[in-house]
Design a protein. Sequence first.
Length: 302
Amino acid sequence: MTEGEILVFDRRAVRLHRERAARLGSAEFLFEEAAQRLAERLDDVKRGFSRALVLGARRGAMADALRARAGIDLVVEAEDVRGFLRRPGASLSVVAEAEALPFAAGAFDLVASPLALHWTNDLPGALLQLRRCLKPDGMLLVSMLGGETLDELRRAFLEAELSEEGGVSPRVSPMADGRDLAGLLQRAGFALPVVDTDHVSASYANALALMAELRAMGETNAVRERRRRFTRRATLMRAADAYGRMAGGPDGRVTAKFEIVTMTAWAPHASQPKPLPPGSAAARLADALGTVELPAGDKATP
């Protein structure tokens, strides 16, 4: 850790959790859904891609979707754990983290990353590296878990720990706000950034079943400031009860909500549209709106 560096996540814990998820291979629905949604975004792009990087390979859903598209000659998968790469079809793969990519500048004309970057300590730095490995006019297509993800679970543990232990600790990871990500893309040198959000809901028998699923996903707590001991049974049961009250349905089941933030941007190129300089407009906005233009500071007369 260098001076001034902010480390939110324990990357060793993240890798251990993901290696366990790779061994289990039983909880991929959210990642497969995210990969499918990213692949559908490409249907709206009126150009082809020949060399693609998948950052966050998981069980191969994103890579398979890209290989099925006409014109893509090469798909390279990058993962921070080996477990997800030990499968048929992952021959063109590399173990690498988003903050230390080993690829040459301009190596790809498409980067797709479904639900991998939310565990990154240095997100601006990771985006800068992705920008570097794209050719001019190359496309970035990324989804991340947003700040509304599992909000009820966060609040349930807050209530339980205050009641049972008299204090709280980080339980659910801090996640990026979609409103801030467009600015991060611009800081990283991307052009034409677009950020939008969507939600995915899943039903579980109870809160404990949800927690077991998160463990199988490899998405359990890896915040550096987390408590390094097992959760007390009383705290766990009170959190489960609180979650049932917050997210329970009439059938007794609970719903988990995941916010998916999708970022689309392009490596800069001379052919891309650019905003006109200030003062270069050929028509007045007031004329287009059919209103009277007032000098700055004047108030309209009632």
